[in-house]
Design a protein around this ligand. Structure first.
Ligand SMILES: *[C@@H]1O[C@H](CO)[C@@H](O)[C@H](O)[C@H]1NC(C)=O
Ligand SMILES: *[C@@H]1O[C@H](CO)[C@@H](O)[C@H](O)[C@H]1NC(C)=O
Ligand SMILES: *[C@@H]1O[C@H](CO)[C@@H](O)[C@H](O)[C@H]1NC(C)=O
Ligand SMILES: *[C@@H]1O[C@H](CO)[C@@H](O)[C@H](O)[C@H]1NC(C)=O
Ligand SMILES: *[C@@H]1O[C@H](CO)[C@@H](O)[C@H](O)[C@H]1NC(C)=O
Ligand SMILES: *[C@@H]1O[C@H](CO)[C@@H](O)[C@H](O)[C@H]1NC(C)=O
Length: 280
């Protein structure tokens, strides 16, 4: 009877034991995740990426660090760029690049335990350098704004005034750029005065979803009327004409007075000549 019961429940007991062992061994390593439920670790490009993996079991255990299944010491792209602090259980890249994102693991081979990190680079956006600040454009011209997004799998969208565009709509066309980022380019073929607005490029990814702050960069596009430039040109011409006229009139007047003056100047001479003639 007892034996039967034991036999009946033994698989369950084994299962319980196994799960207990797995649970215990998985607790041996304590990674410094930012979001434990998705094993997420985020970093800012250009800043330090620090992966920590505490070993809770007593003993002299050596941690090893791998990126995408390869010992980090063997990866050419990480050569001379990282350090491992064995005592502190840390792996550090002091100036991380967006290509440093990926799958990392820490493991202790003797204990057959390992933990994976899903490392994601925060998004950074900027306009192409030729488009910085405020832009001036004449009605009817083509507007092209290129928002360059760095980071892991950035999702780009635009705010024009108060309207959000995450795909082409009406006369606003959103295109993928040559880096393969969708919506990175905003194009308006023939701009109108109604397009005078603030253009904000925003981008998010798994990292900004944690921080709650999408990356963004803004630019004011000032659209001038087609004839505004012409008006300025005509204004200058009118100004020049008026100035010329004034100068001409003044010249004429001066010439007249000079003639008159020369007339009065001549008179004493004439008188002298006349008088000399009289003497003769
Ligand atoms: C790892 O250990 C250090 C020092 O004991 C501690 O400060 C840190 O919070 C631990 N990290 C984790 C993720 O448990
Ligand atoms: C990671 O490794 C897998 C298989 O080993 C490979 O298919 C994948 O391209 C690698 N990813 C990176 C980012 O190197
Ligand atoms: C990784 O490389 C380092 C340095 O070459 C070496 O000490 C370590 O044993 C290697 N770890 C594994 C798991 O191969
Ligand atoms: C945009 O929204 C802000 C605040 O929500 C509001 O003050 C502003 O008037 C709006 N602008 C336009 C053009 O709708
Ligand atoms: C685009 O924006 C609309 C409205 O904000 C939203 O419903 C939709 O899910 C977005 N599409 C994508 C692909 O993000
Ligand atoms: C981002 O999160 C989604 C949902 O959790 C996941 O499917 C995707 O693999 C993640 N991407 C990266 C690069 O971590």
């Amino acid at each position: 009877m007892d034996c039967k019961r034991i036999l009946r429940y033994s698989p369950l007991a084994v299962l319980l034991l196994v799960t207990l062992v797995i649970a215990q061994s998985s607790d041996v390593l304590q990674p410094n995740y930012d979001v434990p439920s998705t094993s997420l670790k985020i970093f800012d490009i250009g800043k330090a990426l620090t992966l920590g993996c505490n070993v809770t079991k007593d003993g002299e255990y050596e941690l090893s660090w791998e990126k995408n299944g390869t010992n980090v010491s063997l990866l050419p792209e990480l050569k001379d760029r990282f350090k491992i602090l064995s005592a502190e259980r840390k792996f550090i890249i002091s100036r991380a690049l967006d290509t440093d994102a990926g799958q990392y693991t820490c493991s202790v081979s003797e204990l057959k335990v390992s933990k994976a990190f899903n490392v994601v680079a925060n998004v950074v956006v900027k306009f192409e350098s030729t488009e910085v600040g405020k832009t001036n454009i004449v009605e009817g011209e083509k507007l092209t704004l290129h928002c360059i997004a760095f980071g892991t799998e950035p999702k780009v969208y635009w705010l024009v005034g108060n309207t959000t565009y995450n795909a082409s709509k009406d006369h606003i066309v959103l295109q993928e750029d040559d880096r393969g980022v969708e919506n990175a380019k905003l194009i308006i073929d023939s701009i109108t005065l109604n397009d005078y607005a603030d253009y904000t490029c925003e981008a998010r990814n798994n990292a900004t979803d944690v921080t709650g702050k999408p990356a963004q960069v803004m630019m004011t596009v000032r659209v001038r009327g087609k004839y505004a430039a012409l008006y300025v040109f005509v204004g200058i011409i009118v100004e020049v004409v008026v100035l010329c006229a004034i100068i001409l009139i003044c010249e004429k007047r001066r010439n007249k007075t000079e003639i008159e003056e020369s007339d009065t100047d001549q008179s004493p001479d004439q008188r002298r000549r006349k008088s000399s003639r009289n003497y003769n």
